[in-house]
Design a protein. Structure first.
Length: 398
């Protein structure tokens, strides 16, 4: 009896310590469980002049997760969205914080070329895969061995229209591009191919990227009287250009507008009005792309985003999430080199059509379409009428 009393006393005395130990063990279990995450740092311009890019990509990324689940290899997929305000120094700082503090498995987004290039050294140093969902200068993937691109390249888009134009009565062209990496790519690859095809580029004009005023440039184009003006402006800037093109009566003067698909971006096309009718561009995606998968994508995206039409930025974000999630599955929720290697060589059907991540260049290989703006019912669409299949980036052609 004395022994039982002694044990009871000891147990009573030790009870608080048992509780402390159990709480500690439980907390440790929860802590370990809480760390079982697969984190994606999505860095996008969510405010400022390029906010539409961020909005489209984030919406598409969330749609992909809603359709395909938010767990991979037993880990919860966490999307950490950060606004970089389109400033390279801000983008770089955010990327550093995401890698060091949040321990993200992947960096993704990058609405503009300077933002992707600013972050490339961080991807290399930390061995963190960086998925470019928007920026389109050819050289981006060469800035780090950890960069994979799911958007497109400007040379891919530019050569398509440079092949089409001379065969369709356009012999003399003035080029007008935004003065930064993608614009310079577009100008170079359009001009080189157009000259090769027997065309003539009578002037090359570059517009400042920040607060652009197209008016004096358009007046110069009108004075030069080319058959057409070839245009590249970043996503979202096409509406202002088209408005000034109409105000100057360029279309009435018989000057056609051709370009890469950024200028007739699906996101803003309906706001341009009838001046956009007949504009021919080359690009890798149109919301009216005629495939069952794209019809489902457009319907789901529109429904989830209060009637917003997805544009080429959205498809870059949607496919980017596909590449990340499938790589995470293949590498069992891995990171670094294992995750990167699982991204290389992925081949799949996208809303844009067939798509491949080139295992050598880590760049996108896809179809490029020649399209014309037409009215379908009461809406404007880029209607595809010709296809250049499986185009690699001409900027990397050997």
């Amino acid at each position: 009896d004395n022994t039982q009393l002694l044990h009871a006393g000891v147990n009573q005395w030790l009870a608080p310590y048992y509780i402390v130990v159990m709480v500690a063990l439980t907390a440790g279990t929860f802590s370990a469980f809480a760390q079982e995450k697969f984190s994606i740092g999505l860095i996008l311009p969510m405010t400022g002049p390029f906010a539409s890019t961020g909005k489209q990509i984030e919406a598409a990324a969330r749609l992909y997760m809603a359709q395909n689940g938010d767990t991979v290899a037993g880990k919860k997929v966490e999307l950490i969205v950060k606004d970089d305000t389109s400033a390279p120094d801000v983008t770089k700082r955010i990327a550093q914080e995401l890698v060091v503090n949040d321990k993200v498995n992947v960096l993704a987004g990058f609405g503009l070329t300077p933002l992707a290039l600013a972050t490339a050294p961080i991807a290399t140093q930390s061995k963190t895969p960086l998925v470019v969902m928007a920026a389109a200068t050819s050289s981006i993937t060469q800035a780090s061995p950890y960069i994979v691109r799911t958007s497109f390249t400007l040379p891919q888009a530019a050569v398509g229209i440079a092949d089409w134009a001379p065969k369709n009565g356009i012999k003399k062209v003035v080029t007008l591009v935004s003065d930064y990496g993608p614009g310079i790519d577009a100008e170079k690859y359009f001009k080189d191919r157009f000259l090769f095809n027997g065309g003539q580029v009578i002037e090359t004009l570059r517009v400042p990227m920040r607060n652009p005023d197209f008016a004096p440039f358009l007046q110069k184009v009108r004075d030069l009287k080319p058959d057409a003006m070839f245009v590249f402006v970043p996503s979202g800037a096409g509406a202002a250009l088209m408005k000034q093109f109409a105000e100057r009566g360029m279309d009435k003067a018989g000057i056609k507008l051709i370009g890469t698909g950024d200028v007739t971006d699906d996101d803003i096309l309906n706001s341009m009005g009838d001046v956009a009718l007949g504009v021919v561009t080359s690009h890798h995606y149109s919301a009216s792309h005629n495939s069952p998968l794209n019809k489902k994508f457009v319907e789901a995206f529109t429904k989830a985003n209060h009637g917003l039409r997805p544009n080429f930025m959205a498809v870059g974000g949607y496919d980017g999430m596909r590449v990340i999630i499938e790589a995470a599955r293949a590498s069992k929720g891995g990171s670094g080199e294992a995750l990167l290697n699982a991204m290389k060589g992925q081949s799949f059907e996208s809303p844009r059509g067939p798509m491949l991540i080139d295992p050598q260049t880590r760049d996108v290989v896809h179809n490029v379409y020649i399209r014309k703006v037409e009215k379908v019912g009461d809406q404007l669409f880029n209607q595809e009428f010709s296809t250049i299949k499986d185009m690699k980036d001409p900027g990397k052609a050997k």
